[in-house]
Design a protein around this ligand. Structure first.
Ligand code: FEO
Length: 399
């Protein structure tokens, strides 16, 4: 087995044995410009236990990291916290090579895993709140259904107060720095927020309940070890506080203007709306949908109070990039936003009305009239755009 990959020690018995995906730039449609890691963890307890695996092409890297601390054949238990294939893809190979005494997953995981793979052994479903002795230490299982799949669960290593949190509290960052305290906080907050916005936003109400539930359990968490990105060994409250803030989606005085344009008319309108917002003392992020990826737009929306969407009319409809953004946002269900639609047109002009309908369907409160400009916006049109920006600024919460 390759000696090119080594495990990273978290404490006297827990090691990171995951893989680094430096080149990944697209995670099922989410732009991941910093790559990612697939984190797996090895507990060197009396019963040697592996928590999660990695994406299938990285299984040899993972096994090499395991082999740097112990013969993989000595693994007794394998626990799957999450069925999605970036964590389970390596399972068929691991189970085949290791032949563990026990292979455990949540009750939903025990149903879903055989629907993904032909597994060479049985799965033992674990009970919500149930514990498993590893001899000199023990783990407790906490189901986190729909965070973000039905099978998702946390595994808590009681003696070390260490939470293996699956996708929660993770982020797509490839680095050799394994710990959050080795990475600039601005990167952690941006990438953690981007992950939350693109993977978890839809489940924000469940996250608030989960934070409350864990608080009530009274368990102390000294370390959070997620399945992507850095491990929180110092001040893990930081990422939990960020989650509570992001999940609350409290509106701010920031507006996101997302648009596409054909001959710059809709862009000119976007810039005039921007000026109106600035005149009204709001912060603005202007995003051209052929320059900014939809996953970056939803990230900017995480701390915004307004969303304004612009499109020219193309073939009796909105631009495909705008339709794509709205389809994406509809699924993620952002909350507490005000906004409106705008755009240029030549003759039929359906796009603005279609966008407004979509925004209303997403419960974005349309606090300002939509604006349409024929062919090229006139000075009067642009004054109306600035007034619209000002009106949105006035409707945002006070500082
Ligand atoms: Fe990282 Fe839901 O998979």
């Amino acid at each position: 087995m390759s000696d090119s990959f080594h495990a990273v020690k978290l404490n006297d018995r827990v090691y990171w044995v995951g893989a680094i995906d430096w080149a990944m730039r697209d995670f099922h449609g989410y732009a991941t410009r910093r790559g990612s890691t697939y984190n797996a963890y090895l507990i060197l307890a009396d019963k040697v236990t592996l928590i999660d695996t990695v994406k299938a092409p990285f299984v040899d890297e993972m096994m090499a990291r395991v082999a740097s601390v112990i013969d993989p054949a000595k693994i007794d238990y394998v626990i799957s916290n999450h069925t999605e294939m970036d964590h389970s893809g390596g399972l068929p190979v691991v189970l085949d090579r290791v032949k563990p005494e026990k292979f455990l997953a949540s009750r939903m995981g025990a149903k879903a895993l055989p629907e993904h793979f032909a597994l060479p052994c049985d799965i033992t479903p674990v009970e919500e709140g149930g514990s498993l002795s590893l001899g000199d230490c023990s783990v407790t299982f906490v189901e986190t259904r729909m965070l973000h799949w039905p099978d998702s669960m946390f595994t808590y290593l009681n003696e070390d107060k260490l939470l293996f949190s699956s996708d929660a509290f993770g982020m797509h960052v490839a680095s050799v720095e394994r710990f959050a305290d080795e990475i600039p906080e601005t990167v952690l907050e941006y990438e953690g927020g981007k992950y939350f916005a693109n993977i978890l936003l839809l489940y924000a109400p469940l996250i608030l309940k989960l934070i409350e539930k864990v608080g009530k359990l009274g368990i102390e968490i000294a370390t959070i070890a997620p399945d992507h990105g850095p491990i929180w060994r110092k001040n893990p409250e930081k990422i939990v506080e960020w989650y509570a803030k992001w999940a609350a989606q409290k509106p701010t005085r920031k507006a996101v203007i997302a648009y596409d344009t054909m001959w710059k008319s809709t862009e000119t309108m976007a810039r005039a709306i921007e000026q109106g917002l600035v005149d009204g003392d709001a912060s603005v992020k202007v995003m051209h949908l052929r320059a900014d990826h939809r996953s970056d737009v939803v990230t900017e929306m995480l701390d915004a109070g307004a969303l304004l969407v612009g499109s020219p009319t193309l073939n009796n409809g909105m631009f495909p990039t705008v339709a794509e953004l709205l389809c994406y946002l509809k699924g993620l269900k952002p909350k507490n936003l005000i906004g409106t639609a705008f755009g240029s047109y030549g003759w039929s002009g359906e796009a603005v009305g279609q966008i407004a309908e979509e925004l209303e369907g997403m419960k974005v409160s349309l606090v300002a009239e939509t604006i349409k400009a024929k062919y090229v916006p006139t000075e009067k049109d642009l004054a109306a755009c600035r007034a619209l920006g000002l009106a949105i600024a006035k409707a945002l919460p006070a500082k």
